[in-house]
Design a protein around this ligand. Structure first.
Ligand code: MOS
Length: 734
């Protein structure tokens, strides 16, 4: 037998695009210099609700270098005629109405960015203001079932009965604030029309959706629109949707008959590109004396816009994370005068886990049971919501391994009983779970006579490492070294793949890339066995394996030849193929989730209320880890996002004016290095052969889920203050 080849899947391979990034050669969407490129700057409303009385751009238009200023007065109809399925929630300069603070009301195009900025500042806008209500708390009487969520109320068993019989009860309300995604690279668009064809370089997590949306907006067939996204500086959900600026940039390019670049400023991103909505969640846990859950009631109400419903479903996690026979969940929304909320890293689960996992901590104290022990008592051996077995679940191992590395057994249960460096010290924990998705995706492959392979897949690399892991998958499948593989993505001329969200890219695009490699091997085998001059002539397909850049007899390493030589003799210039891949029917028989356990240590200054996260240990079970290095970056990013959620991040609106008061990163605080301790994380073995051939579950979102409650629980353990509204700022401690 031939010994097994060196494989790259599972290895901490350096990013294949790393050198492009550190040398500045990686081109982001605002870095395409096209001939006659013009620059756009947005004008945003300075009121929250009302109508534009006058939009006076005369002075701005006199400025040398200004090409065009577009507002509701001259934008024309978008779409040009009624188009089925067109989502008009973007407010594309169709009327003078203002629905939220910083709504886009105009776009200025000029010869330079500086001129466009100055011109934008010279546009005089007057308004007829109307009173705005941005406070969810003050609008609670308007709470309603969301329009598009049939399971907004869901019950199994009989919660009321279970609650009346329970020996222990926790009942509390938790608040998570509006948060904003804050990717390093704000949204950016470069748009070019050639005749009736539109090309757009867009910082998007979803090139095909962007293509389709633009086609609808301009009333042209999708095939006339090409969307390119080679590199992104993060997305976190805000780039899953196509927002107003993208459409207006393309409109400006058409009106001016010039390519136009629109690079949003940080401040621009605080108006009309979404945010995580505020939630108010009320949890009731009913349990026996021994800590066994008998009933869970979880009601989640989130703020939403006045013009389109958005549900932040915090309740879902309560229907599955623990074994419980009687569960009642209710999701409601409250429309207020704010922009449209959107998905943000682990939408639903991240805020939901804050409520559930803090309530579980409260129950642990009620019951006098260690918080990890309480989780084990209520460990769900199957998914109680779907009544399905897990495809795999290694959460128990996550608890065990994280607890061991943390030294959890030394925890003294009483709040305020542990000290560090003269400060109060607390240890808290929480769990997380995130669904695994695998949608249909396609990939193409071209093998050239020099033995090099190009692979194409219309997926995205949102900074996560898609280029690298796809190259690893192809390298193993084809037995080719990385430097013989060129993996390309982010172009709608490529075979279609879905959006990069829901942590699904590794499994979705990964399996398509794997499939196209297998298809290429099948075609190469076919060529070889039918060619009398090939050493593989006449062999059965099963008798050959990919090895050393070629095909070889499974048990005779001398019998074989390289792909290049098979291809050359065939007379073909290249071998080109395409394949698609999607989850099989088996997937529906299982509940598919990644799991995580987070253990936090904090110190609390009893006099000043200053909270520091001093240690953080996470164990993550997320199926096969293709690249422990890029996957660890995802987990670290998720934990840091969670630290921000716990301690620093809150989008604040002034209740009088309805305006956002902290619309930049100086005032909206994402964690900085000093806020983040060394992150000790570990991937737990989680073999899942059901979910897909690669065994991949996805890591982008699972890490944030449970971080904020772990920290909140640690704060309680440190000082005995149960803070149920995030972020936990020092004023809530002292
Ligand atoms: Mo994520 S919110 O699916 O980008």
């Amino acid at each position: 037998m031939i010994e097994k080849q060196q494989t790259l899947v599972g290895k901490p391979v350096d990013r294949v695009d790393g050198h492009l990034k550190v040398t500045g050669q990686a081109k982001y969407s605002a870095e395409y210099f096209l001939p006659k490129l013009a620059y756009a700057v947005l004008i945003q409303s300075t009121i929250t609700k009302g109508k534009i009385r006058n939009f006076d751009s005369r002075e701005a238009e006199r400025l040398k270098g200004v090409i065009k200023i577009i507002s509701y007065k001259n934008a024309g109809a978008i779409p040009p005629k009624p188009t089925k399925g067109f989502d008009d929630s973007l407010h594309l300069l169709q009327n003078p109405e203002i629905h939220y603070d910083r709504q886009i009301i105009g776009i200025v195009v000029a010869e330079t960015y500086e001129i466009a900025s100055e011109a934008a500042s010279l546009v005089r806008v007057s308004y007829d203001k109307e009173p705005a209500q941005v406070s969810m708390d003050k609008s609670m009487s308007k709470a309603k079932a969301p329009s598009d969520k049939s399971d907004w109320r869901l019950e199994r068993g009989d919660f009321k009965k279970a609650a009346s019989e329970a020996e222990l009860k926790v009942h509390a309300t938790y608040i998570t604030p509006s948060e904003i995604h804050s990717p390093m690279e704000p949204h950016a668009t470069t748009a070019l029309w050639t005749g009736d064809k539109l090309e757009v370089w867009e910082s998007t997590q979803a090139i095909f959706n962007t293509r389709n949306k633009l086609a609808k907006a301009f009333g042209i067939p999708a095939r006339k629109v090409r969307v390119i996204a080679k590199f992104l500086g993060g997305g976190f959900g805000t780039k899953l949707s196509t927002w107003t600026g993208t459409v207006l940039c393309a409109l400006a390019a058409r009106v001016c008959q010039r390519p136009v670049r629109l690079a949003l400023s940080r401040q621009n991103t605080f108006g009309g590109t979404g945010f995580r909505p505020r939630t108010q969640q009320t949890l009731t846990l009913a349990a026996s004396k021994s800590g066994k859950l008998k009933g869970i009631k979880h009601e989640c109400i989130n703020e939403s816009s006045s013009f389109q419903d958005f549900v932040e479903d915090g309740t879902d996690i309560s229907t599955r994370l623990y074994a419980c026979p009687n569960v009642l969940t209710i999701s409601k929304i409250v429309p207020v005068d704010i922009g449209k909320p959107t998905w943000m890293r682990a939408p639903g689960e991240a805020p939901g886990a804050f409520a559930l996992e803090c309530a579980m901590d409260e129950l642990a104290y009620e019951a006098g049971i260690d918080p990890i022990e309480l989780r084990l008592i209520n460990y769900a051996e199957n998914d109680g919501r779907e009544n399905l077995p897990w495809s795999s679940k290694a959460l128990k191992a996550c608890y065990e391994q994280a607890a061991k590395r943390f030294g959890w057994e030394k925890r003294k249960p009483k709040p305020g009983s542990m000290k560090k460096d003269g400060l109060l010290m607390g240890w808290g924990m929480a769990s997380g779970m995130h669904p695994y998705y695998r949608l249909k995706a396609s990939a193409g492959l071209s093998l050239k006579q020099d033995g090099r392979v190009s692979i194409f897949c219309g997926t995205q690399d949102i900074g996560t490492g898609t280029y690298t892991i796809m190259s690893q998958i192809a390298s193993d499948a084809l037995a080719l070294p990385l430097d013989k593989i060129s993996f390309e993505l982010g172009d709608t001329t490529m075979p279609e793949a879905p959006l990069s969200g829901g942590s699904m890219t590794a499994a979705t695009a990964g399996n398509a890339v794997h499939a196209v490699c297998l298809e290429a091997l099948a075609q190469l085998k076919e060529l070889a066995v039918n060619d009398k001059r090939s050493p593989l002539f006449g062999l059965a397909a099963a008798d050959m394996i990919a090895r050393d850049e070629g095909l070889y007899h499974v048990s005779d390493s001398k019998k074989g030849e390289s792909y290049a030589s098979i291809l050359k003799r065939s007379g073909k210039k290249s071998l080109d193929c395409k394949a698609s891949s999607e989850g099989g029917a088996d997937l529906a028989k299982y509940s598919k989730y990644s799991f995580a356990a987070h253990l936090a240590e904090v110190t609390v200054d009893p006099e000043l209320g200053i909270i520091r996260v001093t240690r953080f240990v996470s164990a993550v079970a997320a199926g096969k880890i293709i690249n422990p290095k890029t996957a660890a970056s995802q987990i670290k990013g998720g934990i840091i996002y969670g630290i921000g959620m716990a301690l620093t991040e809150e989008l604040i609106r002034d209740e009088q004016s309805g305006r956002i008061v902290n619309a930049d990163l100086a005032e909206y605080h994402v964690p900085v290095h000093a806020d983040v301790p060394n992150l000790d994380l570990q991937f737990v073995d989680d073999e899942d052969n059901i979910i897909n051939p690669l065994g991949v579950k996805g890591v982008g979102e699972v890490a944030i889920i449970g971080v904020a409650p772990a920290i909140a629980n640690a704060v309680y353990h440190a000082c005995g203050k149960r803070v149920r509204d995030l972020p936990i700022t020092l004023d809530k401690i002292i």
